[in-house]
Design a protein around this ligand. Structure first.
Ligand SMILES: NC(=O)c1ccc[n+]([C@@H]2O[C@H](COP(=O)([O-])OP(=O)(O)OC[C@H]3O[C@@H](n4cnc5c(N)ncnc54)[C@H](O)[C@@H]3O)[C@@H](O)[C@H]2O)c1
Ligand SMILES: O=c1ccn([C@@H]2O[C@H](COP(=O)(O)OP(=O)(O)O[C@H]3O[C@H](CO)[C@H](O)[C@H](O)[C@H]3O)[C@@H](O)[C@H]2O)c(=O)[nH]1
Length: 330
């Protein structure tokens, strides 16, 4: 049974492709290479370059490979960019996901696993870990674009023979511990990526966006999850959908909050580099603090994280950033 990975040339999608190949699955990738790279897709996977919103591209692809299961990672991912370009985010994340779903329904796809986000919650009340039952209240068009896709998926699955999982990722970081792939976008905006670039002198300094939040050190708090644990959760979700009738909406995080300054300190400690850090204004669209309650995914899928350790996450991210540097010098 062949599996389609949309966005499989991107950061998380490429880790998923490796995980599926390691398990002996047949893998097809659909990606338009807007932020992904063809070299990130291993040759054992079948890479098809095109847009997930184009039914003339996706429809025949689903049929040609008799796809039963789809992992949908393709999308636009930068929270502040979604504030300045909301319609672009609703197009790429919502409208095109709808087109992909329609193609899947027409082709008789059985399982759909969607990359959702903690951004659907906005800032939950208080600092307690947030469970799936908490009200969805996104603070950015990015979060709203993903929430709308979750709702479409729920309704499509009620009307058609399609089972689904929406996995709400908290902050994904780190890289494949075997060094096969990692976060490769040069102008990526994620905290750990930016800090590792500063540590390796790829940028002269980095900024902390907001130091006056109501948190212990004044900076935002996030729950950083290692990308390898995240893709394992996806593989378990696929097995769950293959063997049961139950759909799933589940958080993917460790339940541990780290402030921006704590993360930067860890990158300095692991890299041994005392790079310059400037204190800057708040960034639009940022939630103050968001940490996962991950009881549901542990209970339903038996998910047991293996990399719940910020030092390991940062160490793997640094190793990948150094490998990218060597690759770009060639
Ligand atoms: N990185 C995180 O912390 C995080 C957190 C929560 C959710 N997510 C979600 O996970 C998914 C993957 O994120 P990532 O960090 O790997 O991002 P990424 O930018 O590295 O990967 C996205 C991939 O999708 C492709 N793509 C984008 N739009 C496309 C389209 N219309 N048609 C075909 N291909 C398209 C890009 O070329 C890229 O390869 C996204 O849906 C994102 O919203 C990421
Ligand atoms: O150079 C930087 C980069 C980030 N930050 C801060 O670090 C925190 C984390 O920011 P990221 O950009 O790393 O991640 P976000 O929390 O904004 O968003 C990420 O996690 C979300 C879920 O929580 C979404 O799903 C989204 O796709 C993904 O980009 C924020 O407070 C941000 O302001 C800085 O201070 N300096």
């Amino acid at each position: 049974m062949t599996v389609l990975v949309t966005g499989g040339a991107g950061y998380i999608g490429s880790h998923m492709v490796w995980r599926l190949l390691d398990a002996g699955e047949e893998v097809v990738v659909a990606d338009r290479l807007s932020t992904g790279f063809d070299w990130a897709v291993p040759p054992e996977a079948n890479l098809n370059i095109g847009d997930i919103g184009d039914p003339d591209f996706i429809g025949p692809l689903l049929k040609r490979h008799d796809i039963q299961s789809v992992f949908h990672f393709a999308g636009s991912i930068v929270v502040p960019e979604s504030v300045t370009d909301p319609l672009g985010y609703y197009l790429n994340n919502t409208v095109k996901s709808r087109a992909l779903m329609e193609a899947c329904v027409k082709a008789g796809v059985s399982h759909f696993i969607f990359s959702s986000t903690a951004a659907v919650y906005g800032t939950p009340d208080g600092m307690a870990p947030v469970a799936e039952s908490a009200p969805a209240s996104p603070e950015s068009p990015y979060g709203t674009s993903k929430l709308m896709t979750e709702i479409m998926l729920r309704d499509a699955a009620a009307a058609h023979p399609l089972r689904y999982a929406c996995l709400r990722y908290f902050n994904v970081a780190g890289a494949d511990p075997n060094g096969r792939t990692g976060q490769s976008t040069p102008n990526a905006t994620h905290l750990i990526k930016v800090a590792t670039q500063a540590a390796l002198n790829k940028r002269p300094f980095m900024e902390v966006f907001g130091t006056d939040y109501g948190t212990p050190d004044g900076t935002c708090i996030r729950d950083y999850i290692h990308v390898t644990d995240l893709v394992e959760a996806h593989y378990l979700a696929l097995q769950h959908l293959r063997s049961s009738e139950e759909n799933l909406v589940a958080n993917c995080g460790y339940g541990r909050g780290r402030s921006v300054l704590e993360v930067i300190d860890m990158v300095k400690q692991v890299s041994g580099s005392d790079f310059e850090v400037k204190l800057a204004e708040r960034r639009p669209g940022d939630a103050v603090s968001i940490v996962a309650n991950s009881d549901l995914i542990k209970d339903r899928l038996g998910w047991t994280p293996q990399y719940d350790d910020l030092e390991k996450i940062v160490g793997n991210a640094l190793s990948w950033e150094a490998a990218l540097e060597r690759r770009n010098r060639k």
